[in-house]
Write a protein that binds this ligand. Structure first.
Ligand code: KG4
Length: 348
């Protein structure tokens, strides 16, 4: 089989990533610069600082990646995150991709960041079992997708307010834990002593009907805030445990309900929050009880990275069809992206 070498570029938020991939799954070079230290003191991503940091780092990461191309091989495509994200950050990666594409005279394949998260399972060694239920849990998104093919994505559920990662980040800030909050809440929850009584925080959307799968986490965050302001005897670790428990039980409940409702026996779960070991284990257990398989990327491919972009780009490259690279936008929706895919041109 002829080998296909491609590069993926990711710069939608606070990670600059460039990956060289073979046949869409074998990572040859994975360069990633995380801006966490830069944004820490502000408790969240500062868009202008993020764009500048991407601009500073991307030439070096690209150079490292190009240097890793074997001397007897040539690149065949560049895949790049085109949306959604911070527009200044997106533009840095997108223009770098256009320049590389022009230099090597190879196609630039724009990919949707949220779709790419699901394809992080490819460099993790798994296949894509169409049709499947996609669960995406990141700092900006909490959604369920019914995926029937490449680019064929129906949004089944979204969040009414905060995303799961955003809720964990804000809860960490309320509890005085560092940014980003998810990993710190996980660590604190893991060492919590059993509490004096049952979880004092309310269940999320407890009256939700069986065929409704949306998420909502802002009320839970407010409940945590009021609890911390009241007289209580809980430790920070216990509060982290209770908060995480409420977030994860909502995710597990809606994911299992949606898989059953749609009759799907495979779930791909991705995004930064899926790096959480407790969630990985408890979701796996819940889905096994309804005979549904859970596929999750390696932890390093759950948070933003360019390997997932390169892997999804390879899927499109193989079909010979992809949207034209004119579509940088912070717009999140798959509907407009779907329109772009409808207008895909056959590449010769
Ligand atoms: O996918 P990601 O890198 O995308 C965004 O930039 O949105 O996800 C980042 C989110 C953050 O909210 C972070 O707190 C959360 O993923 N996260 C975690 C863990 N690692 C990262 N949440 C829970 N447990 C973790 N171990």
């Amino acid at each position: 089989m002829a080998e296909i070498l491609g590069i993926g570029i990711e710069s939608s938020c606070d990670e600059t990533g460039v990956t060289l991939i073979k046949n869409g799954k074998e990572v040859i070079k994975n360069s990633l610069f995380s801006q966490i230290e830069l944004h820490k003191e502000f408790g969240g991503v500062v868009p202008e600082n993020a764009s500048r940091a991407h601009l500073e780092k991307i030439p070096w990461l690209i150079q490292d990646t190009i240097d890793a191309v074997p001397s007897n091989a040539s690149l065949q495509y560049i895949a790049v995150t085109a949306r959604p994200g911070l527009v200044g950050s997106l533009l840095v990666g997108f223009n770098a991709a256009l320049a590389l594409g022009a230099h090597y005279n190879i196609p630039v394949i724009p990919v949707h960041h949220l779709e790419a998260h699901l394809y992080a399972v490819l460099p993790s060694g798994y296949g894509i079992p169409y049709p499947f239920l996609g669960l995406l849990l990141s700092g900006g998104n909490s959604a369920l997708y019914h995926v029937t093919g490449l680019g064929q994505i129906e949004v089944i559920a979204d969040t009414f307010d905060d995303a799961a990662g955003e809720a964990l980040d804000k809860a960490a800030s309320i509890l005085g834990l560092p940014y980003p909050g998810g990993p710190h809440i996980e660590k604190a929850a893991a060492i919590a002593e059993p509490g004096p009584d049952s979880n004092p925080l309310p269940r999320v959307l407890k009256d939700q009907k069986d065929h409704e799968f949306n998420f909502s986490f802002s009320g839970l965050k407010t409940a945590l805030l009021y609890l911390t302001r009241s007289e209580h005897s809980y430790t920070t670790e216990q509060l982290a445990f209770y908060f995480q428990q409420r977030v994860f039980e909502a995710i597990i409940r809606n994911t299992t309900k949606a898989a059953e409702h749609l009759g799907l026996d495979s779930v791909i779960a991705a995004g930064g929050v899926m790096a959480n070991s407790t969630l990985r284990e408890s979701l796996q257990l819940a889905l096994s009880q309804i005979h549904t398989k859970l596929i999750v990327p390696e932890k390093k491919f759950c948070t933003d990275n360019a390997a997932m972009v390169a892997a999804l780009g390879h899927e499109y490259f193989q079909t010979g069809r992809w949207p034209q690279p004119v579509n940088v936008s912070s717009e999140n929706s798959f509907r407009q992206w779907g329109d772009a895919i409808q207008k895909m041109q056959i590449q010769s």
